[in-house]
Structures are given as structure tokens and as C-alpha cells.
Design a protein around this ligand. Structure first.
Ligand code: ATP
Ligand code: MG
Length: 596
């Protein structure tokens, strides 16, 4: 079984081998809709061929001096057949559209569930805009592929078969020209298709690129504006937009060289000549020639639609492929469902851990040990690997060498769900969802927390006062109408979130240094509260916090260069002393002190 970071919902069993199989497996979930649709298509196209046959009969009837009653009956028959045709067209359309919408919905579900289940490494590699383009536009493209795409396609096929049958009942010789037409038509279409495929693929890919770069610029708009880079970004956007347009134009060039319409025109002349020849030889009546020409027009129908239909099919499969690429991308981590699930006591050990995001190692041979309930401070210059080290405890990434142990058990042997649900991390830069403050605090508890519990957590995190002063209190929606929280406020929301989930291991990545002393004080109090009785990995630049730690790890370029208590390190470690070299105690970040 493939590695998988969390199975979120029920297992889907779609066939993911090729785009066509995948789409087919989606469509086949609805056999009743397909059955109804197929029946309606058969009736619809059968009726379409009956009309010219009846028309020809009417001609013959008139020419042979039939009475008014007979002609009236034939006219009514044509009327009836047309009406029935319209009704079947309705069923046909309705069935196809329902199918299209359901498949789109299922595919969207499948993709979303699969994205949630993928590892952090996977998401780091993906560009958000590209994923968004696949999840919205590409999934949406599956709809038109089914309706009108597949609907027109199946109508087209039957609209060839039915008239051919009707023509063969008039006079099998008459099949000659329509069959010739169809053969050359199929060849032309096949060539057309071969040319269109790469162009359609390129057009979709270019759209993904355009979208991805736009999404990146918009999420990074502050940086763009702050650096007055609008003109350059505009130029880049233009280049991308131009490339997208060019892809469209290339597609237009291919489409302009579409031959079937011409082939049909030549065929019509030949068919008429052939019909007249048979009439002159007495092998066909006038009415039969009229029927024949009418049926030939029915055969033409596919050549009308096939251009558009093929485009839809191409775009649909191209999109299907792009969605499949995301679905199929393997994740490196396995959630290990059957792994260890037990309450964590909080012992953490690193044994000769080496790790890198890519081939280059970022952490080299790191070993340390923390007892349950201890606070371990991690210090070191920026980029020395502090945040990376803490992510290994939650198993956001797997180590390349050595082991990370929690309560003496390798994190790879833990059930990921059990491990991560008992570890809370307050990141360097706290992410809040565009939901209410209450929901943001209750997030980790799966939204099950009551208002009282949320408030208690907020109080403990020193966040209640500022939340109460917000216009809608706990119901204030983050990000709505420009409402945002400051860094210090976000941090306290994150602490409140952690209070609610009551984790055994806590990771605090507290590198924000620009906080006023009143807020600083509140955060200190909040932290002291939450550290109680939990093993804590604390990344900080604040000397006061470093001092309370039971153990301090000094990181330097991915190596653990010293560890011990503050007193021990001051006495033994050069690297540690250098951090405090320029007069202590200081609240300035160590790397700043170091740089002075
Ligand atoms: P800071 O004090 O600035 O937060 P840090 O000690 O937390 O620094 P890390 O974030 O652990 O440093 O980064 C260590 C190294 O790993 C850096 O060289 C960084 O470029 C690299 N790195 C961090 N995150 C990733 C990632 N997702 N993919 C690739 N490389 C990364
Ligand atoms: Mg960091």
C-alpha cells in the first residue's frame, strides 16, 4: 500500500492508471444515469434518421398522386417523430448534465481529500497557484468534457450508424459515397487530433503557469509594493499573459486547418450524382433520392460538432492528466495507522540525527536527550537549523540518518495521528484561518470545545482582554474587511489553541523580537503557564527565557556544538559565551548581539 500521511475520509477506489481510465471510473459510478442517457441517445438519433425517410416517402406519395388523407397521415408522422425527438433530446441533455456535475463534484472531493493527505514535503514543492489551477479549472474542465463533449460524441456516432442502416434499406449501392466520406473524414480527424493534442496541452500548462505566478504575486503583494517592484512585476505578468495568448493562437492555427467541412461538400456533390444516376437507371425513385440526400445530411452532423467535441475531449483528458499528477504524487511519509498509540509522557531523544530538505544535509549528527516536563531552549544564529530540528519531533519530515525517539519509541513507529495530536507547535509565524477567533482557538480540538473552554484557554494565554475589546469579541472574523491581528496577538491566539489541545510536548518557535515590553510581559506569563508539566522545545532569543530552561542546545550551522545549563555553558562554551559577549543580560536577539 502506498505511503500516505493521513486518510482523511473514506477510501476512493477510482482507477488512477491513465486519465481516460480515471474519468471512466468516475463516470461508471452512475450506471443508471448512463443507461438512461444511452437509451435516450439511441431513440433520439433513430428519430433523426426517420425524418428524411418519411420525407422521401411523402415525395413518392405526392408524385404517385396519393390522396389528401395519406399525405396528412405522413405529415402527422413527421410531426410526431420531431416532437418525440425533442423530448428525447431533453432527457439526453438532462442525463448528461447531471452526470457531468456529479463527476466534477466527486473529482473535486477526491482531489481535496488527497491533498489533505499529502506530506509537508509534497506541499513545500508545489506552487500554491498551480495546485489551485488544477483544483479549480482542471476539475471544472471535466464537466464540459462529459456535457456537451461525450453527449455530442455519442450522438455523433449513432448519427452515423443510424442513417447508414436507413440508406442500406433504400439501396445498398448508395452506401458508397457516405462510406467514402466517412473514411476520409476519420483520417482527417485523426490527423487533426494528433496536431491539436500537444497544442491543447501547452495551452493548459501555460494557464497553470500564469495562475501560479499571479497567485504568488498577490500573496506577496506587500513585498512587491514595499520594494516598488510593480512595473517589473507587471512586465512579467504581461510576458506570461502573452504566452498564454500565443498558446491560444497556435490552437486557432491548428483549428483553421480543419478539413472535414470541405470533404463533406465534395461528398455531397458526389452523393447527389450517384443518386441521380440510380434514378436515371430506374434503380431508385425520386423519393428515395430525396431520403438519401436527407440521410447524407444526418451523417454530416458529426463533422459539424466533431471539431468542438474533440477540443473538449482533448482539454478534458489534458486536465484529467494534470489532476491525476497531483493525485498520484506519492508522499514520502506513511501515517502508520497500526503504529504505537499511547499517551505521551514527554521524553525526547535525538540519536545521531542527520537531515536535509534536499540532498544537502541541514542537520549533522545531532544527539540530545530531554526528560518529561523539561524545558529545552535552542539557541543559535539564524539559519542554523533550530526550526528544522523541532519539525523532526512532530515528524513533519523523516530523518535521513539516526533516530528521533519520543518516549523511547522511534517517531516512525508511532501512529502519526497519535504522535501529532499530542504535540503542539507554536510556529515562528502563526497562521490564522479566515474564521472567527473562537474557531481559530478551538481548531486543534476539532472544534468540539465549548465557549467556556475557549475563554478559559484565552485567559490562560493572556489573550482574553484584547479579544474582548474587539468589535465582535470571539466572533470577530480574522481577515474580514481588512481585520488582522498583530504578531503578538497571533502568538497568544496560538498559545490559547495549545492550552485547549493540552499537548504533552510543546514546541515554541518564538523568534519574533519586535514586541513592546507590555506585550512581552503578557507573553512571558502566558508561556510560563503553558510550559508547566510539558516537555518544551523553546526556540528563543530572549535571555530571560533561556535562563529558565533546564537544558540549552547551542546550534551552529546545523551542528549541535554545546549543551548544558546556562551556568555550565557560560563556563565551558565559547560559542555560547559569544552569544552574550557584549554585556548581559540583553533582550536583543543573539545574532544581533553577535554582529555588533
Ligand atoms: P531562524 O532563527 O532564522 O528561524 P533556524 O535556525 O530556525 O533559523 P531553519 O529554519 O531550521 O533555521 O533553517 C535551516 C536551514 O534549512 C536554512 O539554511 C534554510 O535555508 C533551510 N531550510 C529551511 N526550511 C527549508 C525548506 N522547507 N526547504 C528547504 N530548505 C529549508
Ligand atoms: Mg526558525
Amino acid at each position: 500500500m502506498a505511503a500516505r500521511e493521513f486518510r482523511v475520509a473514506d477510501e476512493y477506489t477510482y482507477d488512477r492508471r491513465t486519465a481516460v481510465r480515471w474519468i471512466a471510473s468516475h463516470v461508471l459510478r452512475y450506471p443508471w444515469l448512463i443507461g438512461g442517457f444511452a437509451l435516450a441517445t439511441a431513440c433520439l438519433t433513430g428519430m433523426a434518421s426517420m425524418v428524411p425517410v418519411l420525407t422521401g416517402r411523402t415525395f413518392d406519395a405526392v408524385l404517385h398522386g396519393a390522396d389528401g388523407r395519406q399525405i396528412l397521415l405522413l405529415t402527422l408522422a413527421v410531426f410526431g417523430v420531431r416532437t418525440a425527438q425533442a423530448l428525447f433530446a431533453l432527457v439526453n441533455n438532462f442525463g448528461a448534465e447531471t452526470l457531468a456535475q456529479r463527476v466534477q463534484r466527486d473529482a473535486r472531493d477526491e482531489l481535496y481529500v488527497s491533498l489533505l493527505g499529502k506530506s509537508q514535503t509534497f506541499h513545500n514543492r508545489q506552487r500554491v497557484g498551480d495546485v489551485m489551477a488544477r483544483a479549480t479549472n482542471d476539475v471544472q474542465q471535466l464537466g464540459p468534457m462529459i456535457n456537451p463533449g461525450m453527449r455530442l460524441m455519442s450522438n455523433a456516432i449513432l448519427n452515423v450508424v443510424m442513417p447508414l442502416i436507413a440508406i442500406s434499406t433504400i439501396n445498398p449501392q448508395l452506401l458508397l459515397v457516405p462510406v467514402l466520406f466517412l473514411v476520409s473524414f476519420v483520417i482527417a480527424l485523426w490527423r487533426f487530433n494528433r496536431e491539436l493534442r500537444p497544442v491543447a496541452g501547452a495551452q493548459r500548462a501555460q494557464f497553470g503557469l500564469l495562475n501560479a505566478s499571479l497567485a504568488e504575486r498577490i500573496s506577496g503583494i506587500e513585498v512587491v509594493k514595499g520594494n516598488a517592484q510593480e512595473p517589473r512585476e507587471e512586465a512579467r505578468f504581461r510576458a506570461n499573459a502573452r504566452a498564454y495568448r500565443d498558446a491560444f493562437v497556435r490552437q486557432g492555427h491548428v483549428e483553421a486547418r480543419y478539413l472535414p467541412v470541405l470533404i463533406f461538400g465534395i461528398g455531397l456533390g458526389l452523393a447527389f450524382g450517384h443518386g441521380m444516376l440510380l434514378y436515371l437507371n430506374g434503380a431508385a425513385t425520386v423519393g428515395q433520392v430525396v431520403s438519401f440526400i436527407g440521410l447524407y445530411y444526418v451523417v454530416r452532423e458529426p463533422s459539424y460538432f466533431s471539431l468542438y467535441t474533440f477540443e473538449l475531449m482533448q482539454l478534458g483528458t489534458a486536465s484529467g492528466n494534470r489532476v491525476l499528477e497531483l493525485l498520484r504524487a506519492e508522499t514520502e511519509l506513511d501515517e502508520n495507522r497500526g503504529g504505537v498509540t499511547q499517551p505521551i509522557r514527554g521524553e525526547i531523544a535525538f540519536e545521531h540525527v542527520t537531515f536535509g530538505y534536499g540532498p544537502e544535509p541541514i542537520l549533522h549528527d545531532v544527539s540530545f536527550h530531554a526528560n518529561p516536563g523539561e524545558t529545552v531552549a535552542i539557541v543559535g544564529q539564524t539559519g542554523s537549523g533550530k526550526s528544522t530540528l523541532t519539525q523532526l519531533v512532530q515528524r513533519i519530515y523523516d530523518v535521513q540518518e539516526g533516530r528521533v525517539l519520543v518516549d523511547g519509541v522511534d517517531v516512525r513507529e508511532w501512529s502519526m495521528e497519535s504522535l501529532r495530536s499530542q504535540i503542539a507547535a507554536i510556529e515562528q509565524d502563526v497562521f490564522l484561518f479566515s474564521r472567527t477567533i473562537r474557531e481559530n482557538i478551538a481548531f486543534g480540538a476539532g472544534g468540539r470545545a465549548t465557549q467556556e473552554q475557549v475563554e478559559a484557554a484565552a485567559r490562560a494565554a493572556q489573550a482574553h482582554d484584547f479579544i474582548a475589546r474587539l468589535p465582535n469579541g470571539y466572533e470577530t472574523v480574522v481577515g474580514e474587511r481588512g481585520f488582522t491581528l498583530s504578531g503578538g496577538q497571533r502568538q497568544r491566539i496560538a498559545i490559547a489553541r495549545a492550552f485547549l489541545t493540552d499537548p504533552r510536548i510543546l514546541i515554541l518557535d518564538d523568534s519574533t523580537s519586535a514586541i513592546d515590553s507590555a506585550t512581552e510581559d503578557q507573553i512571558q506569563r502566558a508561556l510560563r503557564g503553558i510550559l508547566q508539566g510539558r516537555t518544551t522545545l523553546l526556540i528563543t532569543h530572549r535571555i530571560a527565557q533561556i535562563r529558565w530552561a533546564d537544558r540549552i542546545l547551542v546550534m551552529r550551522r546545523g551542528q549541535l556544538v554545546a549543551q548544558g545549563t546556562h551556568e555550565e555553558l557560560i563556563a565551558t562554551s565559547d560559542a555560547y559565551r559569544r552569544i552574550f559577549a557584549h554585556g548581559e543580560p540583553t533582550d536583543a536577539p543573539p545574532e544581533v548581539a553577535h554582529a555588533r
